[in-house]
Design a protein. Structure first.
Length: 218
């Protein structure tokens, strides 16, 4: 009996880019708070943030965003080496922008006291307990979801329904960050801009070729 050969989740050309993205993400998320712990933290709250209500239900989209990121990376980075390099390089540059801003301009937010005891509020309270109110500007949540949308445009641009889904879901993730009071509105804008800068620089200077050089040991 001939056994079916299962295709790997990621093709070989995606190994270095994906591992690099994960490493840079961990460094940005965990190291920056250690460095900036005693620095002055800023409040970017505006009248927009003050007038947005707290809505615990939106934590659903905040949590589902993690699934969006994983599945999108698997789907998009399998399409071609060029697409994989574009997405991963843009993500890394965006994270380096985050790393810089988290240190030179750290931001914090005052979270509301949740007393309703509802199911969704309980989930938000749990998130509050495991995620300190730092690493806010730009929002990594918004950054990653926008990368998913940009990747959808790049890899499946002809499939308008899929691209539209990625856009709508990303907007819902954006909304979740401010409606559960994890971020300021400015963090959303900064997250999108970080991706767009990374996308532009990668495309203009073909930065994805760095992965080939790493693979070749040059």
């Amino acid at each position: 009996m001939i056994k079916k050969i299962k295709k790997p989740i990621f093709p070989k050309f995606a190994y270095i880019p994906i591992i690099s993205v994960i490493i840079i993400n961990c460094i940005t998320y965990y190291i920056c708070p250690m460095i900036s712990e005693d620095f002055k933290h800023h409040d970017l709250g505006t009248w927009i943030d003050d007038n947005l209500p707290f809505c615990g239900f939106f934590v659903v989209f905040y949590v589902l965003a993690y699934l969006q990121w994983v599945l999108s990376y698997i789907v998009h980075c399998r399409t071609s080496k060029e697409n994989c390099y574009q997405i991963a390089s843009s993500d890394i540059i965006a994270k380096l922008i985050c790393f810089t801003l988290y240190i030179v301009f750290p931001v914090t937010i005052t979270r509301p006291q949740l007393t309703s005891g509802s199911f969704f509020d309980s989930i938000v309270s749990f998130l509050y307990s495991i995620d300190k109110p730092v690493n806010l500007f730009p929002s990594i949540h918004c950054l990653e979801s926008w990368i998913c949308f940009r990747g959808a445009c790049l890899t499946y641009g002809k499939h308008k329904s899929y691209v539209t889904f990625q856009f709508i879901f990303s907007v819902l993730v954006f909304a979740s960050t401010v409606l559960i009071k994890q971020h300021f509105f400015a963090d959303i804008i900064a997250g999108v801009l970080a991706v767009e800068i990374g996308w532009f620089l990668t495309k203009k200077f073909n930065l994805g070729r760095i992965f080939d050089k790493i693979k070749q040991g040059k």
